[in-house]
Ligand binder design. Structure first.
Ligand code: CA2
Length: 146
């Protein structure tokens, strides 16, 4: 069975526990549940991971080259700073979808640019945590075009 990695960057471990006005009340465990349901419909598996460390996210992307059919990534604040994560994603051959819970374009100007978007095959922003399940659905279409 194909696996899709759902990678989450810094501070997203706090999801559902702080700033519910911006990020909502659902946790990463809720996100994992919702994405797994969609992935099962399409016949693939998911692995959801979170790290506050840039090098860890890069290492997971490298591993994905051998182990994953696609990557869904919310790089958190590294979206706006990390050429290293962009470089790692550029070495991955499968589809890459970028998710932002908040609408980064409606927020501070330093959030408007994402290095990762240069590699992403699609970007979802401002759909709340539902964006992850939507991205998982899209990943299903990309991996198994009808
Ligand atoms: O909207 C998004 O998903 C972001 O990637 C979230 C990042 C932010 O730096 C990006 O600009 C946009 C921040 C993640 C912080 O997550 C928290 C969740 C709950 C409570 C506190 C932080």
């Amino acid at each position: 069975m194909q696996t899709v990695l759902i990678l989450n960057g810094p501070n997203l471990n706090l999801l559902g526990k702080r700033q519910p006005d911006i990020y909502g009340r659902e946790t990463l465990a809720d996100v994992e549940w919702a994405c797994r349901e969609v992935a099962t419909e399409f016949g693939f598996g998911i692995r959801l991971l979170q790290s506050n460390a840039e090098h860890q996210i890069i290492d997971w992307i490298h591993q994905a080259r051998e182990e994953a059919a696609g990557i869904i990534i919310n790089p958190g604040a590294y979206s706006h700073t990390s050429i290293a994560i962009l470089d790692a994603l550029n070495a991955f051959e499968g589809p890459v979808l970028e998710v932002h819970i908040s609408n980064i374009h409606k927020r501070e100007s330093f959030r408007h640019h994402s290095f990762v978007s240069q590699r992403a095959d699609g970007v979802i922003a401002g759909f709340g945590v539902e964006g992850y399940a939507l991205a998982t659905r899209r990943m299903g279409s990309l991996l198994r075009p009808r």
